[in-house]
Write a protein that binds this ligand. Sequence first.
Ligand code: OOG
Ligand code: MG
Length: 302
Amino acid sequence: MTDVRRLAAVLDEAARTARAVPQPQPEPGYDVAAAYRVQDELLRLRLDRGDRLAGVKLGLTSEGKRRQMGVHDVIFGRVPESSAVLDGSHADVSGYIHPRVEPEVVYLIGRRVESVADALAPGAVAAVAPGIEIIDSRYRDFRFSLPDVIADNTSAAGYAIGPWRSYDSARWNLGVVFEIDGRPVQVGSTAAILGDPRRAVVEAARLAVQVGVVLEPGWILLAGAATPAEPLSPGAHVRVEIQHLGSVSFTAKGVGGDTAAEAGDAGKAGKAGKAGKAGKTGAGTTGGAGTGVAAGTSGRTS
Ligand code: OOG
Ligand code: MG
């Protein structure tokens, strides 16, 4: 029997103190269903501290990401409001372990989605925006199995959203340019997302039903990165531009986590004095005017 609460507590502590933990030993019964129970418990711990849910995310929806991580199933996670990074801002990244960034398509859920049929109904998506996700595995060396990454809330750590546009489902195959410090580090197409990013809403609905979650109007949905992720270094200027959707960017400030010291995973002991995540992003609004997206968090709650 998986000790759901203990695993959630370990992952929660790892995130709050920015100290990586070992992957759990494989245990009989520790399967995808058990891992989603750990994710639920992890979310409950955050909500108990006053955080709120901004929405949900998919991960490993593109071949580039699957190959990069060596995990080949689509995963579903929760996006806490407190992890928002304001478009164009300076984001303090000192509270992460070994952060990476990746380009995202972000959908704004327009109506209650309780089933795959709801996801296919008109108005399921109200708006779309370019996004950047910050991922930060709580496991050492950013290595995990499928249940591990699900339990760890799919490495969710932060997100920035660019300007919202009304959703035009005909515009699904769009060029993506992902830049760091003004140089393209990845280029791709939104078509890399499940072969067609419109499938992301259906896939999110399918997984939400499986996990027992209803997608609420005003929630965001991160469709999963169209390209592999890149390390996020202090000082880096990160920008994502998606054809027809526009761009989103932020600049990382602060002193990074374990990225530099991670070779061989040495040197963890010296991190005890780390300041944790307080005030990390100076979180801001996530939505543009008139979108009705949940917004206006002020400061991190973790
Ligand atoms: C898991 C999260 C994947 C995406 O967009 O594919 C994800 C990871 O790579 O750590 O967010
Ligand atoms: Mg992602």
